[in-house]
Design a protein around this ligand. Structure first.
Ligand SMILES: Nc1ncnc2c1ncn2[C@@H]1O[C@H](COP(=O)(O)OP(=O)(O)OP(=O)(O)O)[C@@H](O)[C@H]1O
Ligand SMILES: [Mg+2]
Length: 382
């Protein structure tokens, strides 16, 4: 394995190398320049000779070499000491900052996301600190979102099991009634069977919701695309929606397409989107109000819209209605059933159709939900 070196060691070695190199180069340069000076002009020669004589005279009889050596060694030690002090300061600071960053990275690895990673004085290290802080913030946001989703999932499971229990209990009661002869006339038996059938439809809807949600969560929604003639498709749905709306004593207005339009769509999934938009308009609409289902051509596609004149959605909530499990406060606190998944699933379905789903709303005035679908390409129609 490659031998690891510390920053301080690296700086120290580089400092000593620079010191030795500069001394050698300095001495060589001085000697070369002196030689050139002497060779280049006669005065230079005599200058060098007189300097040599002076040195001889001054140091005659004394052992010049030890002094010279000690001087050089002292000089080296002084420069080396200075280098050591300076590099120690720099590397000490860098090591401390790097240790801080390593501690921060360890915290991230251990999942401790509460401590902000502070900025550093050194630019490059500060960039690293900022990146780590960015990672921390993203992980923190993701973990908060995960915790919220976890809580919502728990609530959803609790709601779903409650919602499932109600029709199951009713079906059991009515079937027992038939078995034990309580429904002793043909009319009573028919009524019991009608109720059982209605409750199985509720069960079917709930199970469908659960299936859609798990497919959506796993990103494994299965689509069976085919050509769908929208005018006929909508006409088939209208009686069902009229019945839903009548149940709440609301009015239903259908504004069909002016000309035929064919889209490439999964019928079941498209119905799922419209069912949720109409059910939202019914659930959150005004009792006695009006639900409008309209369709009109727009550029190379069709816009389907479902409008109500109900409570509307507050502006701050409008941005979140497509988030999984989101329910505006009014919906959450009311007895209106719902899991807050409908629009999230619908948006994903719309996008899989290369379409778009969006909502506009004014609090107290009502909501419009729009679904844009592109027309089927000519080659798909052949
Ligand atoms: N037409 C509307 N009027 C008022 N609020 C609406 C309307 N449509 C949606 N919302 C708000 O958006 C939230 C999300 O809607 P979404 O359809 O996703 O969930 P839900 O209807 O509560 O439950 P689910 O559709 O899963 O049964 C609703 O809870 C409600 O607060
Ligand atoms: Mg809904």
């Amino acid at each position: 394995m490659q031998k690891k070196t510390t920053l301080r060691g690296l700086y120290l070695r580089t400092g000593i190398l620079m010191l030795v190199l500069s001394l050698v180069i300095g001495l060589v340069l001085a000697a070369v320049m002196l030689a050139l000076f002497a060779a280049g002009n006669p005065q230079g020669q005599s200058f060098v000779q007189s300097m040599t004589k002076l040195v001889h005279r001054e140091f005659a009889g004394r052992a010049i070499l030890p002094y010279f050596t000690i001087g050089i060694v002292l000089l080296c030690l002084a420069v080396a000491g200075l280098c050591f002090v300076l590099t120690s300061r720099v590397t000490g600071r860098l090591s401390a900052t790097l240790k801080e960053l390593r501690r921060a990275a360890d915290d991230l690895r251990e999942g401790d996301l509460d401590h902000e990673i502070l900025s550093c004085r050194e630019r490059e290290l500060d960039e690293l600190a900022q990146s780590l802080e960015g990672v921390r913030q993203r992980l923190k946001a993701a973990s908060l979102a995960e915790a919220a989703a976890q809580e919502e999932r728990g609530l959803l499971m609790a709601n779903l099991s409650h919602d499932l229990r109600t029709p199951v209990t009713a079906i059991k009661g009515y079937v027992e009634g038939i078995r034990d002869g309580v429904a002793n006339t043909p009319e009573k038996r028919d009524h019991y069977l009608e109720v059982v059938y209605a409750k199985t439809l509720v069960l079917e809807g709930l199970v469908g919701n659960m299936t859609d949600f798990s497919e959506y969560e796993l990103g494994r929604m299965q689509y069976h695309f085919e050509r769908v003639e929208l005018a006929a498709f909508l006409a088939d749905l209208i009686p069902e929606y009229q019945a839903d709306v009548r149940g709440r004593e609301m009015a239903f207005v259908a504004k069909p397409l002016a000309s035929p339009a064919t889209v490439t769509a999964d019928r079941g999934k498209l119905k799922r989107v419209l069912d949720n938009l109409v059910s939202n308009a019914v659930k959150y609409g005004r009792p006695g109000g009006t639900v409008v289902l309209a369709a009109e051509g727009y550029r190379q596609g069709v816009i389907l819209s479902v409008s109500d004149d109900g409570r509307g959605i507050p502006e701050e909530a409008l941005a979140h209605v497509f988030d999984s499990f989101f329910r505006a406060d009014a919906a959450r606190s009311s007895s209106v059933p719902g899991s807050g998944l409908g629009l999230a699933i619908c948006k994903s379905i719309a996008e899989s159709h290369h379409g778009k789903l969006w909502l506009t709303s004014r609090e107290g005035e009502g909501t419009h939900a729009y679904l844009y679908l592109p027309l089927a390409a000519k080659e798909d129609l052949l």
